[in-house]
Design a protein around this ligand. Structure first.
Ligand SMILES: Nc1ncnc2c1ncn2[C@@H]1O[C@H](COP(=O)(O)OP(=O)(O)OP(=O)(O)O)[C@@H](O)[C@H]1O
Length: 227
């Protein structure tokens, strides 16, 4: 899908300083990375893409939809994964959590049950279907959060630092899962190796999009900014 961000600035309610300043970018690549310093505006940028943040100035279009006007459609097309899977897991058991998003989309019960089985198998969580979601390991929770979002078949998946809380093995597992997804992905991360083979990487600094290029170039510029 074409993501079209034009003239976007954002100031959160109750704040004076902007969280994003004058961002103009059009993205239609399969794998898009977002890197930059703490507080540079990356999460705010990610949240623009599914309408969690509606910009104070400018326009965000995802496919044919305007996030300020068509919030419902945008949330159907754009799945979002947060850093902390606990904030996203809403049902008591693993299977119920995956089913939740499907029910909200009005999928008939039998179809939903089949989809839940399929998704849990795909993410290696089928043995945990009836287990309490909060007792999964951190990596398994992150996979569950991802599985629950992907079950709803979003066209675009936005992930905000999905491996920050994970150990090396679990972050590799999530990274490999993400690498194999057919969906368009926008990934915010401090783990630079995760974007090494992405199509395009955006660098944010002090609320601005300061560079936009290949992973190699963008990581180099980010390292220079951090020096
Ligand atoms: N909900 C909010 N309300 C008010 N201010 C916010 C909110 N979320 C973020 N901010 C502010 O917006 C600015 C940009 O934050 P943002 O979370 O987008 O940065 P980030 O690049 O994702 O940072 P990090 O790498 O630390 O996660 C910061 O100054 C932050 O304090």
């Amino acid at each position: 899908m074409l993501i079209d961000i034009s003239g976007v600035s954002h100031v959160y309610a109750g704040r004076e300083d902007p969280a994003l300043t004058d961002v103009d970018v059009r993205l239609d690549e399969h794998r898009i990375g977002v890197i930059g310093a703490n507080g540079s505006g990356k999460s705010t940028f990610a949240r623009l893409l599914n309408g969690l943040v509606v910009p104070s100035r400018g326009k965000v279009r995802v496919g044919e939809w305007d996030t300020a006007r068509d919030g419902r459609e945008v949330r159907r097309k754009v799945g979002f994964c947060f850093t902390d899977p606990d904030s996203q897991i809403v049902m008591p058991t693993v299977a119920e959590d995956v089913a939740f998003g499907l029910r909200r989309r009005g999928l008939p019960k039998a179809e939903s049950a089949a989809r839940v089985d399929e998704v849990l198998r795909a993410y290696g969580l089928d043995a945990h279907a009836d287990h309490a979601a909060h007792r999964l390991s951190g990596g398994q929770k992150q996979l569950l959060a991802l599985a629950s979002v992907l079950a709803t078949e979003p066209e675009l998946l936005v992930m905000d630092e999905p491996t920050t809380l994970l150990d090396l093995r679990n972050s590799r597992m999530v990274a490999e899962t993400v690498a194999g997804l057919p969906q368009q992905v926008v990934l915010v991360t401090h783990h630079l190796e995760m974007v090494a083979d992405f199509d395009r990487v955006l660098v944010f600094d002090r609320t601005r999009l300061v560079h936009d290029g290949s992973p190699e170039e963008s990581v180099k510029i980010y390292r220079e900014l951090m020096a």
